[in-house]
Design a protein around this ligand. Structure first.
Ligand code: COA
Ligand code: AMP
Length: 639
């Protein structure tokens, strides 16, 4: 392969790898600094690299103030479109700045200062964006909690990041039901050792919460009493936010993002990767609770001076599969960014694309997909219908922005469905074998990133530097271990195929099977358990539990299965989408007692597998296969 784009991207990639200091110093000029960085990359304490040392900036200033003073005051910054309520609201850059400055004043009068943590527990409503940017304005560190998690998950985060203030909405809206947030928040605070000083509640019309605790305050009343607050300058490496993500145990990892590296990388990515210009309309169909929402609903489009669309609803069923296309037509969306699962849901409802074709989609220039493996069928289906480039891009919470992508803004490379293309300049991504040696083309291995990672990548884990080292930096010295497995073809295109750990991806949501196992183990009848992710046509994967019961258990299997589902929903949340449990006599293990989850998953998905050399009793795999067939898995799919 030797296209013009290939040459350009290869050269850029090479210069960014050979001289990252020069490469990123140039890109740092796109950001407004109070004090310019004196050192572009501090390599003195690996693996804790620091970008733009000596630089002082404010992320909110870069997202709002500079556009207001620079000629974009009356341009729309944010379009809120709720398919749940039918409400639409637009904010110009000036209006958004006014709201954010005032809410920063609210936080400040409630004691929030630079470095304090603030948990934001809100669905996709403009106030969530306001709260995030207000934290950034003060140099406070926000942590967003997705509404689909249970009180227990919220409580874990409260104890872990010890917020001074929690900002929450009174409710979230799911199809057919209103989710009251305040009772869950009260329960979470009751469960926590740490108690916030204040809880600020935004009352939504659909459900008002009882402000029944001494620490409760009303958003509107607080806004009336506050005065606008100016930006607080922060050091480049000062944390902007903590994004909790699933690890292989129940304790989530608090990924720390900095201000300086994040601002430079995200601003650069908007044109280079996402081929979007300032002033154009960008729609990331995600939730502000996920990293994609942080980066590409809020920070990147706003720092770039684009118009960002904030959507509350589902790709189907609110009211139907035309919703995304209705929005493209109505808002003049140029760039759409979503997860493959959303397209699979749309395809199910509109297989021949007649609903899609009934809309004027002429503004749409590119469709980007991330969050899970994009299957070639889905890419080909949507490419035929839209007749625009459909671009898969691979990254993760820890990376903070795409690591492998077809950088359309630098020149579109040929698209190979199933591959997110090549490493983005700045990311030295490799595939290695178990000894850390690079594999030959087309050979599977662990996907790793040679250190230092690009700006914007995780600084560390909150209060857990050693866990950061153990989780990511130890398996392959000198490399960050992404936890993904895949291969590179002879053209240097990457293929991300699976995880190397016990994390599964359900509807683009990253979930820990370890966390689900911790919940199942607490069931009084369960002696032992294992959770795996099995293939699902719509969600990519879905969790499936195996439980062995304690001797003498008399409870009915149906009851135990139902209780298992209820417990996971209660402890982790509905987002875990945990429904199915199989009762088995024994679990397959190695001679050292490690449960063979990977082999079980391959049997469930009817994939070829090699009998592990260390297996204790191979007959157990046959028992598992029989049990899986009984529930329509292991190649026994009902038509
Ligand atoms: N608050 C409360 N509950 C939530 C929630 C939220 N913010 N988000 C999801 N849930 C609930 C759902 O209502 C569902 O509950 P149920 O078991 O009672 O039906 C459960 O969590 C599972 O949700 P999900 O896996 O999303 O399934 P779904 O059937 O509701 O929707 C899709 C399926 C494909 C339409 C949906 O997952 C989707 O739009 N995905 C887009 C991808 C995406 O946004 N990815 C984010 C990372 S890029
Ligand atoms: P999260 O941290 O929640 O964004 O989840 C990141 C994980 O999702 C990655 O480590 C991958 O396993 C998976 N993932 C994200 N994007 C892609 C993609 N484009 N192709 C394949 N897997 C992906």
């Amino acid at each position: 392969m030797n296209t013009y784009a290939d040459d350009v991207v290869s050269r850029m990639h090479q210069s960014a790898i050979e001289d990252p200091e020069a490469w990123w110093a140039e890109n740092a000029r796109q950001i407004d600094w109070y004090t310019e960085p004196s050192q572009i990359l501090d390599r003195s304490n690996p693996p804790f690299y620091r970008w733009f040392r000596g630089g002082v900036l404010n992320t909110c200033y870069n997202a709002l103030d500079r556009h207001v003073s620079g000629g974009r005051a009356d341009q729309v910054a944010l379009i809120y479109d709720s398919a749940m309520t039918g409400e639409q609201r637009s904010y110009t850059y000036r209006q958004l700045l006014d709201e954010v400055a005032l809410f920063a004043g609210v936080l400040a009068r409630n004691g929030v200062q630079k470095g304090d943590r603030v948990i934001v527990y809100m669905p996709n409503i403009p106030e969530a964006v306001v709260a995030m940017l207000a934290c950034a304005r003060l140099g406070a560190i926000h942590s967003m909690v997705f509404g689909g998690f249970a009180a227990n998950e919220l409580s874990t985060r409260i104890d872990h990041c010890t917020p001074r203030v929690i900002v929450a909405a009174s409710c979230g809206l799911e199809p057919g039901r209103t989710i009251p947030y305040k009772p869950m928040l009260n329960e979470a605070i009751d469960l926590s050792t740490h108690k916030p000083d204040r809880v600020i509640i935004f009352q939504r019309d659909q459900l008002h919460a009882d402000l029944d605790k001494p620490h409760d305050r009303d958003w509107v009343a607080e806004m009336k009493a506050a005065s606008p607050h100016d930006c607080v300058p922060v050091e480049s490496e000062h944390p902007l936010y903590i994004a909790y993500t699933s690890g292989s145990t129940g304790a989530p990892k608090g990924v720390i993002r900095d201000n300086g590296g994040h601002a430079v990388a995200l601003k650069w990515s908007m044109k280079a990767v996402f081929d979007t210009d300032p002033g154009e309309v960008f729609f990331a169909a995600s939730d502000v609770g996920w990293v994609l929402g942080h980066c590409y609903i809020v920070y990147a489009p706003l720092m770039h001076g684009a118009t960002s669309v904030l959507f509350e609803g589902k790709p189907v069923g609110t009211p139907d599969s035309s919703t995304y296309w209705r929005m493209v037509e109505q808002h003049g969306i140029v760039t759409l960014f979503t997860a493959p699962t959303a397209l699979r849901a749309i395809k199910r409802e509109d297989p021949d694309g007649s609903i899609l074709r009934s809309r004027d989609l002429s503004s749409l220039r590119t469709l980007f997909l991330a969050g899970e493996r994009a299957d070639p069928n889905t890419i080909e289906w949507i490419t035929d219908l839209l007749d625009i480039p459909v671009i898969d891009n691979w990254w993760q919470t820890e990376a903070g922005w795409p690591m492998v992508a077809n950088c359309k803004g630098l020149g579109l490379m040929p698209i190979k469905p199933g591959s997110p293309t090549r490493p983005v300049p700045g990311w030295d991504v490799r595939v290695v074998d178990e000894n850390g040696q690079e594999t030959e083309p087309d050979q599977m291995g662990a996907i790793v990133v040679r250190l230092p990672m690009a700006p914007g990548a995780a600084l560390s884990l909150w209060n857990a530097d050693q866990r950061y080292i153990d989780s990511y930096m130890t398996a392959f010295p000198g490399y960050y271990n992404t936890g993904d497995a895949g291969y590179r073809d002879k053209d240097g295109y990457f293929y991300v195929m699976s995880r190397t750990d016990d994390i599964i991806n359900v509807a683009g949501h990253r979930l820990s099977t370890g966390a689900m196992e911790e919940v199942l183990s607490a069931h009084p009848a369960v002696a032992e358990c294992a959770v795996i992710g099995v293939a699902d046509d719509l969600k990519g994967q879905k969790p499936l539990g195996f439980v062995c019961l304690k001797a003498g258990t008399t409870a009915r299997y149906e009851d135990i299965i139902e209780e298992c589902a209820r417990m996971v929903r209660h402890h982790i949340g509905p987002v875990a989408a945990y429904r199915e449990t199989i009762v088995v006599e024994r679990l397959p293990k190695t001679r050292s007692g490690k449960i063979l989850r990977g082999t079980m998953q391959k049997i469930a998905d009817n994939q070829e597998f090699r009998m592990p050399a260390t297996i204790d009793d191979p007959a157990i795999l046959e028992e598992i296969a029989v049990a899986l067939k009984e529930v329509g898995l292991a190649g026994n799919r009902p038509d």
